[in-house]
Design a protein around this ligand. Structure first.
Ligand code: CTP
Ligand code: CA
Length: 224
């Protein structure tokens, strides 16, 4: 696991990666989102290109340039990201869900800007978004799937539960309770689980981690 992605370990394979946050519109000028920077997903895209893969990066709004050599599809809402993924999924050998997808969206997007009223309270009703990774895992002939799990407690249990519930081949768990690591940070540490094993990738910069993770994926993909 110490080596960078080996050139050629994913030659001839198509890798799709979701990255960044989603934006869920409330009205024409407002949205719900999160602090995802997209750095981990973009680092994975770069590492996959280095490993020789054809890479489709499905990205929410981020302040990053697409790594040279990958195709970027830009999306805003979870529904748009879901549609972009499903439109191209038949081309994909390996799917990596790295985006911080909003679990819920406003039930309605108002046509006009919501006006402030005399009431001290405003209630927004939210409805569930589609689970992009879950829907990929549930396909009749799914690609090799790697998910991420952002957890603040019981990391291993919750991650393994997601591995099974979403029918994934692998899951990389992130402890987001730690300051300066993970979400919106340059560094990260990951615990990776699959059905018959696990690996710890200790704190490192995201590109270094991405290269190790892509190597692990390439290895498990070939075993499958
Ligand atoms: N994910 C997704 N679509 C969603 C929600 C999550 O594709 N609507 C993906 C994420 O990209 C990540 C994985 O599912 O790879 C796990 O996301 P996470 O937020 O940790 O888990 P959830 O299943 O949403 O459960 P919870 O937020 O309650 O922990
Ligand atoms: Ca979630």
């Amino acid at each position: 696991l110490e080596q960078p992605a080996r050139p050629g370990s994913l030659t001839g394979r198509c890798v799709m990666i979701t990255a960044g946050p989603t934006r869920e519109a409330i009205d024409p000028v407002r949205y719900l989102s999160n602090h995802s920077s997209g750095k981990m997903g973009y680092a994975l895209a770069q590492a996959a290109v280095e490993a020789g893969a054809r890479v489709i990066l499905v990205s929410g709004p981020v302040a990053l340039n697409a790594p040279p050599g990958c195709e970027r599809l830009s999306t805003q809402s979870a529904q748009q990201m879901h549609d972009a993924v499903m439109q191209r999924i038949s081309e994909v050998d390996i799917f990596i869900g790295c985006a911080a997808v909003s679990d819920y969206r406003p039930a309605v997007c108002e046509d006009q800007k919501i006006k402030k009223t005399d009431s001290d309270k405003l209630t927004l009703t939210l409805i569930k978004n589609p689970d992009i990774l879950g829907d990929v895992g549930a396909l009749a002939d799914p690609p090799f799937t790697l998910g991420f799990a952002a957890e603040t407690q019981q990391i291993k249990q919750y991650a393994q539960r997601k591995l099974a519930a979403k029918k994934l081949d692998m899951i990389a768990a992130n402890d987001v309770s730690k300051q300066n690591v993970g979400f919106n940070s340059d560094i990260n540490a990951l615990s990776v689980y699959w059905e018959t094993g696990e690996a710890v990738l200790p704190v490192a910069d995201k590109l270094h981690l991405a290269r190790q993770l892509i190597e692990l994926v390439a290895e498990k993909y070939k075993e499958k």
